[in-house]
Design a protein around this ligand. Structure first.
Ligand SMILES: C[S@@+](CC[C@H](N)C(=O)[O-])C[C@H]1O[C@@H](n2cnc3c(N)ncnc32)[C@H](O)[C@@H]1O
Length: 351
């Protein structure tokens, strides 16, 4: 067996946070700094299968233990989520002590995958879907590829504002260009999600893992997830199909009403496909969109490039997500840009 690559693990911890986040997330910055200098922490990360060798996985296992009530970690993470850690370096050292006392706490959970479900993307989906659908269409079916816990299949349930109104469910989205938010949202006849590992908000382990994968100092994201869990039972139901996009797309279409427009969405998913999967997925979606009752909305990092759709690499868009829309009977077209968590939206084409 090859020796674990500790130098690679050190770099992964070192570059896990962009420098601009050090001030915003002082506890996570201090913790990553300690982990990067600790041989056991390096070994733990180096032992993870390559496709999940992400420091955020190690961090999430620690927060999971905290959420499960660990006597030392619980209070530290609770303060990070609800208040302010006075001494982030001291807190990071106490967490490292726990790793040394009980490495099993981390090691035993490294089989998992970092998995989030970002509701902020619903603010973007609301605009795109309302603008895509002709006034004459009253009802649509939605298929979400890479649905995670299915939160964005309920995109129409969130209030969207340009400013915080104190409601944890409110999505705050700033329009950088004039955006028509006046169009009526069609009603949603069916909501079908596909994911190799669908998460269920009513399952405690899934719920804790979704929370563990959020950064503890991002208090608003925690409050929003808690609020979604509290209201989820009153929202429309969704069907979740287990499997990969290409395996389950036919099944998803079979569950959708062939007489309504079906809108397929993927947000931050194709990034995880192999190049062959990306190509096959693109071909499949563009083939289906040649029909007049299928449309496709793709919101992905600029690391995902779709054939024939140019990625504008302007410096100020670095880190933005690219929105590509395919209207029924049309080809994929670059629509604009948005923040990866839906905090802003910019349309670069006229609708
Ligand atoms: C970063 S999460 C994004 C989840 C959700 N779309 C969102 O925007 O919050 C990526 C999701 O894609 C799923 N995924 C990974 N590979 C996939 C595949 N081949 N087909 C469908 N979903 C996949 C993962 O399980 C995970 O739930």
């Amino acid at each position: 067996m090859a020796a674990p690559d500790l130098d690679d693990a050190r770099k992964r911890y070192h570059f896990a946070l962009p420098p601009e986040d050090y001030q915003r997330l002082p506890f996570y910055a201090a913790l990553l700094h300690e982990l990067e200098r600790d041989t056991l922490a390096l070994e733990l990360l180096a032992s993870v299968r390559l496709e999940q060798r992400n420091p955020m996985l190690v961090l999430a296992t620690l927060q999971l233990a905290a959420l499960r009530g660990h006597s030392v970690l619980g209070p530290i993470y609770d303060t990070a989520r609800h208040g302010h850690i006075e001494d982030p370096e001291g807190a990071a050292l106490r967490v490292l002590d726990v790793v040394h006392e009980t490495p099993e706490l981390v090691r035993g959970e490294l089989w998992r995958s970092t998995q989030t479900n970002e509701p902020g993307r619903s603010a973007i989906l609301q605009v795109l879907i309302a603008n895509l659908v002709a006034d004459s269409i009253e009802e649509i079916s939605v298929i979400e590829v890479g649905t995670s816990a299915g939160i964005n299949l309920c995109f129409d349930q969130f209030p969207v504002r340009s400013r915080d109104d104190g409601n944890p469910l409110t999505l705050i989205c700033e329009d950088l260009t004039p955006i028509d938010r006046s169009r009526k949202m069609p009603s949603i006849k069916s909501r079908v999600g596909i994911d190799p590992n669908p998460l269920d908000l009513s399952n405690e382990d899934d719920r804790l893992w979704l929370k563990a994968c959020l950064w503890p100092e991002e208090r608003r994201r925690h409050e929003r997830l808690d609020a979604i869990v509290a209201v989820r039972a009153s929202w429309p139901s969704v069907i979740e199909l287990t499997g990969s996009a290409l395996e389950r797309l036919d099944d998803a279409f079979n569950l959708s009403d062939a007489d309504t427009l079906t809108v397929v969405i993927n947000t931050w998913v194709a990034f995880y496909f192999t190049p062959d999967e990306q190509r096959a997925y693109f071909n499949e979606l563009t083939r289906r969109c040649r029909q007049n009752n299928v449309a496709w909305i793709s919101i992905e990092s600029t690391m995902v490039t779709w054939p024939g759709v140019n990625v504008d690499e302007e410096a100020h868009h670095r880190g933005a997500s690219q929105i590509v829309v395919t209207n029924p009977g049309s080809s994929p077209t670059h629509w604009g840009w948005c923040h990866a968590h839906g905090r802003w939206l910019e349309q670069t084409t006229s609708s």
